[in-house]
Ligand binder design. Structure first.
Ligand SMILES: NC(=O)C1=CN([C@@H]2O[C@H](COP(=O)(O)OP(=O)(O)OC[C@H]3O[C@@H](n4cnc5c(N)ncnc54)[C@H](O)[C@@H]3O)[C@@H](O)[C@H]2O)C=CC1
Length: 419
């Protein structure tokens, strides 16, 4: 069925002017008419409202990009299995959505606009349902996992090792959504900090965020033997395995997780690629992955690790030791971008950047200035949940500037987009 993107955009522009009211109305309408659906959603709906809106923005922006749209909706459909969403629920959501758009698009609404929205929603729902059905043939809607190891290198950081109850197949660099027993129906995203292993174990690096429900449940309250639920793997910041270029990796704080998984993959591949990693943290206690990285470097000397510490320790000797007393290798004091110029030209490099969004935004132009082509800069700016990242508002110009193959795919926005 031919879509009418122009009409959809015009009406949506009006809705966007009243985002908060419109999303509140949408859920009010949905739950008033389908009270049983309320139990599928978390108790606090603030994050949920943002996710709904982000998903709509992505869909509307990509109505004329069928590949991106089908990739995004496919991921969304698969991921929604973990909420217990079934094909029958889509009609209820569609009815509430159309009523909401009609109410908030004012004079832009018309019979033609109603048809355009109805057609677009039917298409989106079909793509999600088909993806979910196809996925259900080989994967569960969610995985149970047990906490089998737990380290707290410092008060607000945890390294958690999980054993899923079934094989968990993913690519290094991907992330997953997780639900802790303490907060039923609240899902947050965390990158997996190791490449797939024969024993199927997954390592997460979690930093407790002020007011963060799940991150603090994990960092403060988790005990060995606790059980969590995991959604399917998501995200496309993965290694371009066809490339034989050297790599520069930039990781800030817990942003080391996907970068470390990618590094483990790189060193396991037959073609040798030199790697330089800039690993930034406020202080050495937050360099939680340094012991593993030092072991990796001992085996693969072409891996160079530079620790970038914001705060200089009173005791310089201490600042050169990891929490367990191992060397932390090369140390630079300052912010990550301060360490870049010393690397010289990076014209023949692929770059992977992960960490606080402001850091990623700052690093992309710096990497380009150092010679990395834009299409070779991979980042996951929108992958991680609001709890970790705070606001992810970006201007159109920034989004454009940051566009890179791994980041422009709309499925990156999935975590903040669960309907
Ligand atoms: N797949 C992904 O996209 C992932 C993203 N993250 C994100 O990474 C962040 C990690 O947070 P924390 O561990 O608390 O790290 P943090 O806030 O302590 O920062 C780590 C390092 O990043 C650098 N940095 C921070 N803000 C900067 C800025 N505005 N400009 C330049 N450099 C800056 C600093 O050098 C600092 O040492 C979170 O926002 C999280 O959402 C984390 C894991 C995976």
């Amino acid at each position: 069925m031919p879509l009418n993107p122009g009409l959809i955009r015009d009406t949506f522009t009006e809705v966007e002017k009243q985002t908060e009211r419109a999303t509140a109305y949408f859920y009010g309408r949905l739950f008033a008419e389908n009270p049983r659906l309320r139990a599928m959603f978390p108790p606090a709906m603030d994050v949920q409202r943002d996710r709904l809106f982000s998903a709509l923005v992505t869909i509307v922006q990509n109505l004329e990009s069928p590949d991106t749209l089908s990739g995004f909706l496919g991921h969304l459909g698969r991921d929604h299995r973990k909420f217990g969403v079934e094909a029958g629920h889509y009609d209820a959501v569609g009815a509430a959505l159309l009523t909401t758009v009609r109410k908030f698009s004012g004079t832009a609404w018309s019979v033609e606009a109603a048809q355009a929205w109805s057609d677009a929603y039917a298409l989106a729902a079909r793509m999600m349902i088909e993806a979910a059905e196809e996925h259900s043939a080989w994967a569960p809607p969610w995985w149970h996992a047990e906490v089998i190891d737990l380290e707290r290198p410092c008060r607000d950081l945890a390294r958690i090792t999980l054993r899923p109850n079934q094989p968990y197949s993913y690519l290094p660099g991907q992330y997953l959504s997780l639900q802790a027993a303490r907060w039923p129906r609240v899902w947050r995203s965390y990158s997996i900090a190791n490449a797939p292993r024969n024993d199927n174990l997954l390592r997460l690096v979690v930093r407790g965020v002020a007011g963060g429900w799940v991150s603090n449940a994990l960092v403060t309250h988790t005990r060995l033997g606790d059980r969590v639920l995991l959604g399917p793997p998501l995200g496309s910041m993965v290694l371009d395995a066809t490339s034989d270029r050297d790599l520069v990796c930039v990781a800030g704080g817990s942003g080391i997780a996907p970068v470390k998984a990618i590094l483990e993959q790189v060193v396991s591949l037959p073609n040798r690629r030199n790697v330089v990693l800039l690993y930034g943290a406020g202080d050495r206690d937050h360099l939680s992955e340094i012991p593993d990285l030092m072991k990796l470097r001992a085996t693969y000397p072409w891996l160079r690790v530079v620790s970038v510490l914001e705060r200089e320790s009173d005791d310089e000797r201490l600042s050169r030791e990891a929490p367990d007393g191992e060397s932390i290798g090369e140390v630079v004091h300052g912010r990550l971008r301060d360490a870049l110029p010393a690397l010289g030209s990076l014209a023949d490099h692929d770059a992977y950047v992960c960490g606080p969004p402001e850091m990623v935004r700052a690093m992309v132009p710096d990497l380009r200035a150092a010679g990395v082509r834009r299409s070779r800069i991979y980042h996951d700016l929108t992958a991680i949940g609001e709890e970790q990242s705070g606001s992810r508002e970006e201007t159109e110009a920034e989004e454009h500037d940051l566009a890179a193959p791994a980041a422009t795919a709309a499925d990156e926005i999935l975590d903040r987009s669960a309907l």
